[in-house]
Design a protein around this ligand. Structure first.
Ligand code: NAP
Length: 352
């Protein structure tokens, strides 16, 4: 595999920093450009960013000058990752795509565009063909691929084998979301210390919408959305990383019992297994039998943060099955999923 020069838009933020961390030593992708707002542009990365990752800030990154997020300035790239604030992502991501630069984004702005894949490679890798419907450039050299919200990624991954086997008919769920999900510096310490915030603005509509596209069926140049009502309550809890979801589902074809559900999840085979992608976890879904698990502090970083843990799978007295689902929000739920998306796009020859 050749190597690719990679830019990061929003490089100073929580997700941008996770990109820098995860791309250290990546066999295919080399960071060549870092972009952020006009507040940071012109400064060295070390001076512009408050580094919050648990590794030393790499020397070459520390010295690099931050660029404004413009394609004519961030020139030395084969594609860009975006960890841009959603207030600015539409215009900037579109500019890069129109300049012929593929954009692999974490922002919500293009997730519901009918020509833009909302991609979780293990679940809906075939949706990348939507790129062929995009009109940013005549030759499709510039395009946008998004990854879903940090709750919707682990939720869709856990539901995918169950939806295929039984048909999910409805979901009621509550999230316990880590502080890092709100970016840096995030929620004020006075609000979150020894406390739970019972509302996260804008989160519940995304949870109701995004899984329907991800679990939808691709055909004839479009995605036919899944039809699953999802009622959610999104809360912020005082954990740092790892979103835990308490989910109760009902199904069209009833599983025999909780063991049947565990068996379907455990026997599910990742469609990426053959592709040898550097960031693909060996076991994307892990079922825990111990009722104390999965826990954000103990299990978020399994397989480098790319594995989704599912525990407490049990028969429910209302609806059919309840379970707890854990996903690392800035790795599996953001930068790690984007990097996996880029790896899939590279092996499928979408990124030239
Ligand atoms: P963040 O920490 O607030 O970082 C935002 C980034 O956007 C910073 O690099 C900032 O640069 C840049 N930015 C702001 N205004 C800009 C402008 N006018 N021009 C260019 N760059 C600008 O946010 P985050 O948590 O990393 O989230 C980034 C994106 O990923 C958001 O769209 C978010 O919804 C999404 N996301 C986050 C998570 C998560 O768990 N945190 C998960 C999935 C998706 P400056 O430092 O120069 O201001």
């Amino acid at each position: 595999m050749r190597t690719y020069n990679v830019g990061i838009l929003g490089a100073t933020g929580a997700v941008g920093q996770k990109f820098i961390h995860l791309l250290q030593g990546h066999p295919w992708f080399k960071i060549t450009e870092l972009g952020a707002s006009e507040r940071s542009a012109g400064k060295s990365y070390k001076d512009a960013a408050t580094w919050i990752e648990p590794i030393d800030l790499p020397e070459d990154i520390a010295r690099k000058t931050i660029q404004p997020c413009r394609p004519e300035v961030m020139e030395d790239v084969d594609f860009v990752f975006s960890g841009l604030d959603s207030s600015v992502a539409t215009e900037i991501e579109q500019e890069f795509a129109e300049a012929g630069v593929p954009v692999i984004s974490n922002a919500k702005n293009f997730r519901q565009d009918e020509t833009v894949p909302l991609l979780v490679p293990e679940v809906n890798g075939d949706h990348i063909e939507l790129i062929n419907q995009q009109k940013f450039t005549k030759d499709q050299s510039g395009f946008i691929v998004t990854n879903p919200n940090c709750v919707c990624i682990p939720l869709s991954m856990a539901l995918a084998p169950l939806h295929r086997e039984f048909g999910v008919s409805s979901i009621v769920m509550t999230t316990l979301q880590a502080i890092s999900g709100g970016g840096y510096p995030g929620v004020p310490g006075m609000d979150i210390t020894a406390n739970v915030m019972p509302h996260i603005g804008g989160e519940e509509p995304k949870i109701g919408e995004e899984p329907l596209k991800i679990l939808g069926t691709y055909g004839g140049g479009k995605v036919d959305f899944a039809k699953i009502p999802i009622e959610s309550t999104a809360t912020r809890v005082p954990t740092i990383e790892g979103h835990l979801l308490s989910v109760t589902a009902s199904f069209e074809d009833k599983p025999k019992n909780a063991d049947h559900v565990k068996e379907v999840i455990s026997n599910w085979k990742s469609p990426l297994a053959e592709l040898d992608l550097p960031s693909a976890p060996e076991q994307p879904l892990r079922v825990y039998e111990d009722p104390r698990f999965p826990q954000p502090r103990l299990h978020s970083y399994r397989e480098g943060g790319m594995q989704v843990g599912i525990g407490r799978i049990r028969e429910a007295s209302v609806m059919d099955i309840s379970m707890m689902i854990l996903g690392h929000n800035t790795v599996r739920g953001a930068a790690g999923c984007s990097i996996l998306n880029a790896e899939l796009l590279a092996v499928k020859n979408y990124i030239k």
